[in-house]
Write a protein that binds this ligand. Sequence first.
Ligand code: SF4
Length: 359
Amino acid sequence: MTRAHMADPHLVRKVIEGREDDIRPCVGANYCLDRIIQGGMAFCLHNAATGREETMPHTIPAAPAQKRITIVGAGPAGMEAARVAAERGHAVTVFEAADQPGGQIRLTALTERRREMISIIAWRQAMCDKHGVTFHFNTFADESDVLSTNPDEVVIATGGLPHTQVLTDGNDLVCSAWDILSGDVKPGQNVLIFDDAGDHAALQAADLIAKTGARVEIVTPDRAFSPEVMAMNLVPYMRSLQKLDTTFTVTWRLQSVARDGNRLRATLGSDYGDMTRDRLVDQVVVNHGTRPLDDLYFDLKPLSSNLGEVDYDALTTGGLQDLRKNPDGRFRLFRIGDAVAARNTHAAIYDALRLVKDL
Ligand code: SF4
């Protein structure tokens, strides 16, 4: 119940009021324990107000006037933006390219141990439904879709796509960790995973591949592996991976991949000198984070009154966005989450809350 109250400090009040369905569920991600132990701050993965009560609201205040707010993308950032905007009383429209919400969380939740993560999205979907948010799924929104909603505010939360083009040669011979997690690419039998993002995706992919009986080597240029996966979260991965045929190699960077007969020759280099090592494998997976999917943002930018600019001083101190750069602009335009830069779920949700609570 400690974590349950961190996810929703108003849990008891909501039970007393018969609003059990409004309770934000703890998804067991243990981000809170990791942030306490490693950073000294009691933050919850999907309640960005917990631990920030002096600047972030747990109960969203009503807006002084209703606006039309259009959000593109229904991953964690877009769904939090939609929830907060709707709870403020705005008329909210969400466009999403996939047939359901979730974005990267939907991929994460495919792993059995992390399947509860989907409640991050399911709870927001329920809150949005309760407040009358309009969703358009299977819609890869363009400029005309957005303009057809006649918006006062537009929030681009389109996320990113895996960026694997990091090699001097052989970029076409590798796949991404997402390809493995989604099932789009079948795991090989002797696999090198190059991970310089250091997040969950590499370890999830390694676990999935090694459980098929394959041999997996995880290579990172860092001096420690998986720096973005903190101590509590690392334990279940290591319990699983160390029983399987997996090894970790630190301080080596994948430089290139070439065909060698019916195998792949992966050449590793070092940031500390001109040393190289070769590996012969049958599959190379690259986990290098995502690149922002931001075309629509740049299309809309010249039409907006703020020219798409976020006042970051105001954003980071909880202040109002008040930039007016284009008097002819018909709406304000903002960009949040991985559509700005690849970060984690908590950062995406925090971006949305701290921006939209004042729109
Ligand atoms: S970080 Fe995760 S485990 Fe901790 S309270 Fe939030 S949802 Fe629960």
